[in-house]
Design a protein around this ligand. Structure first.
Ligand SMILES: Cc1cc2nc3c(=O)[nH]c(=O)nc-3n(C[C@H](O)[C@H](O)[C@H](O)COP(=O)(O)OP(=O)(O)OC[C@H]3O[C@@H](n4cnc5c(N)ncnc54)[C@H](O)[C@@H]3O)c2cc1C
Length: 532
């Protein structure tokens, strides 16, 4: 057993923990980042297999006024390219170019749902309005990453004129918190059309967030070498600034009264401040409160109960393909980031009510019933398809293509099937169906050209990053959230009731994703520095 001493210990080497550590190291702190895996990055990760590079988590990045501002502030050069998006239904594909593509999206929907012209016009009108709000929200470099003392011009020329618009926009946005499924019911009568617009979003996604996606499609970018390059660049920066990194080390105990954490080998890491940048249920499971004052213990127990009363949001099933076919064949069909729905029918109740029935009656349902459900689930769903080589041809062996196909998936289904002992069979059945659906529709050249394939389930995500219920962007959307969900008070999201412990990442703010994880990493580092 060894004992180490630090100003700050950061647990979790995803983008949140990397950001916090990079900033604390830059400020001259003696700081240690502890990551349980061999590699940092968490859900921002690129790996290679047989010469093909695949993104295991997020497929492309959105700036949101945060990522580029942070990179500039930390003086990190990251080579990026645009990551254009395509939307497809059955045999029609729309390659999104700019904001005018919204008109083409309207025409595409009208073609498939000719009886819903006025409903479609209304949806497009609302999306257009939201795009204007997004321009305000993300329209300036996020001030959290600016040194306002050194750059007073930024306050007078940028923040002051922007701030009233920001407050107005936030009020508007907060009024659009209704789950998108419910919201669309008030505008669109045809349930299939509603599915087409919303079925690739997480259950109960706030309508503002869901309907803002068209504007986000225009902003996706991709680091050369894969999204994991962002995590690598942050890691290099924190090391260059004197921060320390310990990988393959899992924190198994937090002792706030004594100011140390311990790992699986019983090594102790003493801290003045701790930033927890990983799953929050794990934080509250790991913290030892025995010697704290009773009123602090009570607060911690209350927060723990709120966390455990909630669950991680939707997870994802991902199929990775190594294909013996040139990139050009795929380029002719769609961009390298593609949301594709093979049938205009829409999932209807397949995903939610029918799945719910299967899960609540799991011990009684036959395997065949689950496989029949799976037939519908795979043929009516919306897929996110990513082809890294179309964004950076260096990511595939010459003449070949790597394809990543994913769909939202329910953690509990995989968990119950694993417990029933037929997970491998279930995965094979799911992979076969996805391959059949995609090669019978949009990519016929996949037939007979697949060199190798493998997949990740929600259980893989849980095992790899420790995410509760395999959640890929933090908490499930519910009426009452266990964390802050208002942008104007985002700085409070990093506070915990545990003395000298701050939190960061996708579990501390909702809705989350890469930009909010980075932002909360910086906010947590700021609190630590202020605390000093
Ligand atoms: C398929 C997919 C698609 C996505 N699409 C988007 C998108 O389009 N836009 C978007 O913004 N976001 C998207 N996301 C979400 C985004 O990637 C995450 O929200 C973000 O990367 C979370 O970063 P984080 O640092 O908070 O957490 P994580 O990346 O989960 O990092 C937590 C780290 O903590 C480590 N850890 C956990 N427990 C311990 C412990 N006890 N000791 C030591 N280390 C520990 C883990 O190994 C992990 O490395 C997507 C994610 C996935 C998987």
């Amino acid at each position: 057993m060894a004992e180490y001493k630090y100003d700050t210990v950061v647990v979790g080497g995803g983008v949140a923990g990397l950001t916090a550590t990079a900033y604390l190291a830059r400020a001259g702190q003696k700081v240690l980042l502890i990551e349980k895996n061999m590699e940092c990055g968490g859900l921002v990760n690129t790996f290679s297999r047989d010469g093909f590079y695949f993104d295991a988590g997020v497929r492309a990045l959105l700036d949101a006024g945060i990522i580029f501002t942070m990179l500039k502030d930390l003086n990190i050069g990251l080579e990026v390219v645009k990551s254009p998006v395509s939307l497809g239904i059955e045999n029609e594909v729309l390659n999104i170019k700019d904001i005018n593509s919204l008109e083409e999206y309207r025409d595409l929907l009208k073609k498939f749902y000719p009886g819903s012209d006025s409903d479609i016009d209304e949806v497009i009108r609302i999306i257009r309005k939201i795009i204007k709000h997004m321009d305000v929200l993300y329209g300036i470099e996020n001030p959290v990453f600016k040194d306002l003392k050194r750059d007073p011009g930024f306050i007078f020329k940028k923040i002051l004129p922007w701030f009233p618009k920001f407050i107005f926009t936030v009020r508007k946005i907060n009024r659009m918190n209704t789950p998108v499924e419910e919201y669309l019911k008030t505008i669109v009568k045809d349930p299939s059309l509603r599915d087409m617009i919303s079925q690739h979003f997480f259950r109960n996604t706030p309508s503002f967030f869901a309907l803002s996606y068209f504007s986000l499609y225009l902003d996706y970018f991709y680091p050369r070498g894969g999204v994991g390059k962002l995590a690598e660049a942050l890691k290099d920066k924190l090391l260059e600034s004197g921060g320390e990194l310990k990988t393959e080390t899992k924190i198994t105990g937090i002792f706030p009264a004594e100011h140390f954490v311990k790992d699986g080998q019983n090594n102790r890491y003493k801290y003045k401040n701790l930033i927890w940048a990983a799953d929050l249920k794990t934080l509250y499971k790991t913290v030892e409160t025995g010697t704290l004052l009773p009123e602090i213990r009570k607060k911690i127990e209350e927060t723990k109960a709120t966390m455990f009363g909630n669950r991680g949001g939707d997870s994802v099933f991902t199929l990775f393909l190594e294909v013996d076919e040139r990139l050009e064949s795929f380029r002719k069909i769609a961009h390298g980031h593609f949301f594709y729905t093979p049938s205009r029918q829409g999932l209807g109740e397949t995903h939610r009510e029918e799945l719910n029935y299967l899960l609540t009656n799991f011990s009684k349902v036959r395997k065949e019933e689950i496989l029949t459900w799976m037939d519908k689930f795979t043929s009516l769903n919306t897929y996110e398809i990513s082809i890294p080589g179309l964004k950076d041809p260096g990511l595939v062996p010459p003449g070949k293509t790597g394809v990543i196909i994913s769909l939202l998936a329910e953690y509990d289904l995989f968990k119950q099937i694993q417990e029933a002992g037929w997970l491998d069979e279930f995965i094979t059945e799911l992979e076969d169906r996805i391959l059949k659906v995609i090669s019978d529709s949009v990519y016929p050249m996949l037939k007979d050209k697949i060199i190798a394939h493998f997949s990740f389930t929600p259980l893989t995500i849980e095992n790899r990053t420790g995410s509760s219920e395999g959640g890929i962007t933090g908490w499930a959307f519910r009426e009452s959230m266990p964390v802050i969900n208002k942008i104007q008070i985002a700085d409070r999201s990093v506070l915990t009731p545990i003395p000298s412990v701050y939190q960061a990442g996708q579990w501390v703010y909702s809705p989350a994703g890469v930009p909010m994880s980075i932002l909360t990493g910086k906010l947590a580092a700021d609190k630590v520095l202020k605390n000093k």
